[in-house]
Design a protein around this ligand. Structure first.
Ligand code: FNR
Length: 184
């Protein structure tokens, strides 16, 4: 039986560094684990009126169902002004509601922050951890993943080719798989 991990990328940018990291990570996850990329780009901004009035948008329903069926979550996020991008917060909010129907709850997860800067998205990483703590996601504490100066890990084609980055991601993939296995 395969364990399905949902991948949530906090950037919509075509050439997103986060997407490159997520793609590379997908190729490193051990056998028995499937990484499923979940599209959060088309989710309308959360407004409780739609739920309260019985006009819940179809894409919210579909998204909540998708999240509910996952065994675990990987969040790969850039840092926007020392926090997480709104598209990711919106997705987290949508699947946390209606009140009492938080479909993130009780599942394992991991947080990667990625940045071309020196701090590696530390602020975004910890803002996201705060939200996930409230949503009752069992977020892997160690090892932590702050991918700083990410452009140094890319080759001329823009792919992650730096050996030490790949080795680091392989160690993380093994640790994450072991973390998820504790909850199966
Ligand atoms: C950024 N960026 C950024 N970087 C960072 O390290 N700390 C920050 O607080 C911010 N703030 C920020 C705000 C906004 C609105 C944007 C658009 C960008 C730069 C960011 O790291 C860079 O654009 C990355 O390339 C974004 O990730 P993706 O899209 O490559 O995955």
């Amino acid at each position: 039986m395969s364990v399905t991990i949902g991948v949530f990328v906090g950037s919509l940018r075509r050439d997103s560094f986060c997407k490159k990291v997520a793609n590379t990570f997908q190729s490193l996850i051990p056998e028995g684990y499937e990484m499923k990329f979940i599209d959060i780009s088309k989710l309308q901004m959360y407004n409780q009126d739609y739920d309260d009035d019985g006009n819940t948008p179809m894409e919210w329903e579909t998204f909540r169902k998708e999240v509910k069926e996952l065994d675990g979550f990987l969040f790969v996020t850039p840092e926007y002004n020392r926090s997480i991008p709104p598209v990711l917060k919106n997705a987290l909010d949508i699947a946390s509601r209606p009140y009492g129907q938080n479909v993130w709850s009780g599942k394992p997860g991991a947080v990667f922050s990625v940045s071309p800067g020196n701090i590696g998205g530390f602020g975004a990483n910890h803002h996201l951890r705060q939200v996930l703590s409230f949503l009752n996601v069992y977020t892997m504490q160690q090892p932590e993943v702050y991918l700083s100066n990410i452009t140094n890990s890319l080759d001329e084609q823009g792919n992650i080719s730096n050996e030490s980055t790949i080795k680091f991601l392989q160690d993380i993939a093994n640790a994450f798989a072991a973390w998820i296995a504790k909850f199966m």
